[in-house]
Design a protein around this ligand. Structure first.
Ligand SMILES: [Zn+2]
Length: 376
């Protein structure tokens, strides 16, 4: 098996990939909050992780891929209240819409898509475990994680607790022991969905779901955890704190991989900036293959600028590539001895390019260089 190098956000360097269990890769990717249609910024990580999974399988690994749906969330509740429907009407509708565009983009399904609403027992068990160990504390009907109890808090984002407190915009809550403490469980408010717990009716904070669900399906330590770079802090930092305090094992994740943003005129595409394009709308004008090719045309950690010109270019590039592949396949099928010198030279060159392709992909899944090898 070729040596695979990956850039690990946790250590801030490229490392040789060594799986927890030889021959196997266990990966967890933070999924969507289904309250609206997926935009291009949402599609990038999912195409990226699909390509990474396919490449790992090409290298010979057996891959287990878990991706959650955050189906209990303020944005879903707000959307439900706005339409006068139940929260799960919203989440079910947009989960179906998500699968619809992901299928069009030829993204293979993950092994499981756990939902928060279906894992309340696992979440409550983990919160209770953290309370029992003294890593979390109860105030009224809320449970908070105590960041001061976790020595390595800040290791993923590379910040100290003091820096965070100085720089953060934190809502004032005098009940908390430390301003950076975060909710594991939130007591029910009127008009919100709520579940029974040892602390009264309520619902989980955001971060705990990924700790509980990754632990349930992938164990104490697993290979890859992925997501957008906006999730490094606080979401992934908090996942590490919760999971490692709960299991007493380190590391929760061997390699943390984060993708860059889709940009428009160098500005991040996001719902809050209202500069986003929905995947389904882009697919009305461009082929799924062109869109997929666009989404991996830069290295996954680099920003990727979205424009019609770029998608037009991708469409033309794919046509050229398709013609070249047809020609090479035809040559390869010709019987030995019947090929011209030129044909033999071309096939030898293609062999070298294939090697360059593998080298690029084994260098932190560099799809940009791998595409260049295909065009050579
Ligand atoms: Zn997550």
């Amino acid at each position: 098996m070729r040596e695979l190098k990956v850039y690990n956000t946790l250590t801030r360097k490229k490392e040789t990939f060594v799986p927890v269990t030889p021959g196997q890769v266990k990966m967890y990717v933070c999924g969507i909050t289904p309250y609206n249609h997926s935009h291009m910024g949402n599609a990038r990580p999912f195409v990226t992780w699909d390509v990474i999974q396919r490449y790992l399988e090409h290298l010979g690994y057996e891959v287990t891929h878990i991706q959650n749906f955050t189906d209990v969330d303020d944005k879903i509740i707000n959307a439900a209240n706005g339409e006068g429907v139940s929260w799960d009407t919203i989440s079910n509708r947009y989960i179906a819409a998500y699968f619809d565009v992901m299928d069009k983009l030829h993204i293979r399904r993950a092994d499981r898509y756990p939902r928060v609403s279906e894992h309340m027992d696992d979440i409550i068990e983990m919160v209770q475990g953290l309370v029992d160990k003294g890593d979390a504390y109860i105030i009224d009907n809320d449970v908070y994680y105590s960041v001061e109890k976790f020595d390595d808090y800040g290791e993923l984002s590379g910040r100290s607790l003091d820096d965070m407190e100085a720089g953060a915009r934190i809502e004032v809550d005098d009940r908390k022991h430390n301003p950076m403490d975060f909710a594991l469980w939130k007591g029910a408010k009127p008009g919100e969905p709520a579940w029974d717990s040892p602390w009264g009716k309520g619902r989980p904070g955001w971060h705990i779901e990924c700790s509980a669900m990754s632990h349930k399906y992938l164990g104490d330590t697993f290979d890859f955890h992925g997501g957008g770079s906006d999730l490094i802090f606080p979401h992934h930092e908090n996942e590490i704190a919760q999971s490692e305090a709960y299991t007493g094992k380190k590391p929760m994740v061997k390699y943390w991989l984060h993708n860059g943003f889709i940009t428009i005129n160098s500005e991040k595409m996001s719902k809050s900036l209202n500069n986003f394009f929905l995947v389904k709308d882009v697919l009305a004008h461009y082929s799924p293959d062109a869109l997929r090719f666009f989404l991996i045309s830069n290295h996954y950690r680099s920003p990727l600028d979205f424009s019609d010109e770029r998608l037009d270019e991708m469409t033309r590039s794919l046509e050229r590539l398709g013609t070249a592949i047809d020609n090479v396949l035809e040559l390869m099928e010709m019987p030995a001895g019947s090929k011209s010198n030129e044909a033999e030279q071309l096939l030898a060159a293609a062999k070298k390019d294939e090697d360059d392709f593998e080298t690029a992909m084994c260098d932190d899944f560099n799809t940009a260089l791998a595409s260049a090898a295909m065009f050579d």
